[in-house]
Design a protein around this ligand. Structure first.
Ligand code: UD1
Ligand code: CA
Length: 477
């Protein structure tokens, strides 16, 4: 008997109630498309082969899966028209043509991201142990749902599932409902879906009709699951509700791993973020996105938004730091209000302060830019000091050029560095200088108009405009 289940993901539905240009399974929960949640669950449950049954926007969905897992790693079957869940499985089965009859097949819904992998493994085990070769999840929703009802006989044996639209008044009163997840032996699945007929209220091929056939083989096994875990997404209200639960699970996982969260309900951590080290502290309104990683003891203060960032142990991010595709080194200090754009590297103990924007800038150990700067396409050597208002002029409208500031250099406030240009080791650039040529090591660059003071000019100017000099400015009072 095969140990590893194969998985079919039902994901061809239109998702009309999402009112979206995008296929439902591409909408995201905690930064991950719904279809990816299903694949991750399948893989975590030990699935070797995963087949996604797609319809609506199948090319876009396939592109997402190929980008993440590698070309063809998640197999695709197309259901050209949505004629029901049974029809969807009919479209998926040819992909499993080479598999043996005793293969356990898990059938998941592509729009229910909260299902736990442990539950899927439990379902697979129940299927293997069952006489009828079928196990399914039931649930008892807290409010009325148009779900299939589990119809049992007096002895409790599951006889069939009746869909809400086909159910009698008495059947609709049954509170045990079909959650829409199954584990079934492939040989039965093949025969049972081939036998489906669309003789029902919706004129569809119902996958759920396989339950009545399993009753003839001794009856399907039912595992009860909390509604919260199996509930699917139909509209954007569901999407938001599921996202809240997913976020809570993710945050609790990190808190158990040793992360402190000031206000966990206001912290948003993507499902693909990690690792996050022990003793990391996060303030309210922090967002960690993409593949962000955070080292032990890092401090990420209020409102910081990190996307595909790598934060080293002990780094200190002050409020409202926005960091994208950048690497922040150990004990570096960032913020408040710093914007690190892609390709920024900040080494050990380096500092970026308020209103500093960086892009493809490498600040080496101990370098500082504490206020109001733009540093793009720049290498900034160890312990260099970048004064307030310094700007690397890296773009001439056609090409980007590089600025090199060597170790220990001091750039005075309000300087512009017209790239390509190099400021040598330990050199000084005087405040207000526009640097257009390389500055040799240890020298001073000074390029500003020499100051002249004109005595009495201010007072005379005011008088010419008919205004008396200000009383407060008059030294004689
Ligand atoms: C189905 C079950 C119902 C169960 C409910 C739980 C059937 C007949 N009924 O209801 O007993 O209570 O799920 O949510 O199976 N899909 C396709 N192709 C199709 C139709 C659906 O891929 O032609 C996909 C959808 O994209 C979705 C999943 O199958 O991911 C379930 O479809 P949905 O229409 O939500 O469920 P129902 O058929 O109403
Ligand atoms: Ca100036």
């Amino acid at each position: 008997m095969q140990e590893k289940p194969a998985v079919l993901i039902l994901a061809a539905g239109l998702g009309t109630r999402m009112k979206s240009e995008r296929a439902k399974v591409l909408h995201e929960v905690a930064g991950r498309p719904l279809i990816v949640w299903a694949v991750e669950t399948a893989r975590a449950a030990g699935a070797e082969r995963v087949v996604a049954i797609l319809g609506h926007q199948h090319e876009a969905v396939k592109a997402v899966l190929d980008a993440r897992y590698g070309q063809g790693q998640v197999e695709i079957a197309i259901q050209p028209e949505q004629k029901g869940t049974g029809h969807a499985v009919q479209c998926g089965l040819p992909a499993l043509a080479g598999e043996p009859g005793d293969q356990v097949v898990i059938i998941l819904s592509g729009d229910a991201p909260l299902l736990r992998a442990e539950r899927v493994a439990e379902l697979a085990a129940a299927c293997r142990a069952s006489v009828a070769g079928l196990a399914l999840l039931s649930t008892r929703p807290p409010r009325p749902m148009p779900y299939g009802r589990l119809v049992r006989d007096g002895a409790g044996k599951l006889l069939r599932i009746v869909e809400h639209k086909d159910a009698s008044e008495a059947e609709r009163a049954i509170d045990e409902m079909n959650a829409g997840f199954y584990a079934v032996r492939l040989e039965h699945l093949r025969k049972d879906v081939a036998a489906l007929r669309a003789n029902n209220a919706q004129g569809e091929l119902y996958l759920t009709d396989m339950v009545a056939r399993a009753a003839e083989r001794g009856g399907a096994v039912v595992i009860d699951a909390p509604f919260e875990e199996v509930s699917g997404i139909n509209d954007r209200v569901d999407l938001a509700a599921v996202a809240v639960v997913a976020q809570q699970r993710i945050n609790e996982g990190w808190m158990r791993a040793g992360v402190t969260m000031q206000a966990p309900e206001q912290i948003f951590i993507g499902a693909d973020v990690g690792p996050i080290g022990q003793d990391v502290w996060m303030g309210a309104g922090v967002h960690l996105r993409g593949r962000t990683q955070v080292g032990a003891g890092a401090h990420i203060d209020v409102g910081s938004v990190l996307t595909d960032a790598e934060i080293a142990p002990g780094a200190y991010l002050k409020p409202y730091s926005v960091i994208t595709e950048s690497v922040i080194g150990p004990k570096a200090e960032i913020g408040p209000f710093t914007h690190c754009r892609p390709g920024t590297r900040v080494d050990e103990r380096a500092k970026l302060g308020n209103f500093v924007e960086t892009k493809k800038a490498h600040l080496m150990a101990g370098a500082k830019a504490n206020h109001l700067s733009y540093l793009g396409d720049a290498d900034i050597g160890a312990d260099a000091n970048i004064g307030a208002g310094t700007i690397t002029c890296n773009y001439d409208g056609f090409h980007k050029h590089k600025t090199v500031i060597e170790a220990g250099a001091f750039i005075g406030s309000d300087s512009q560095l017209i790239a390509p240009v190099t400021v040598g080791r330990n050199a000084y650039v005087a405040s207000g200088t526009t640097v257009t040529r390389d500055v040799p090591r240890g020298s001073l660059a000074l390029a500003r108009v020499k100051q002249i003071n004109k005595d009495g000019w201010g007072d005379q100017f005011r008088e010419s405009k008919g205004k008396r000099p200000s009383k407060h400015g008059n030294n004689n009072e």
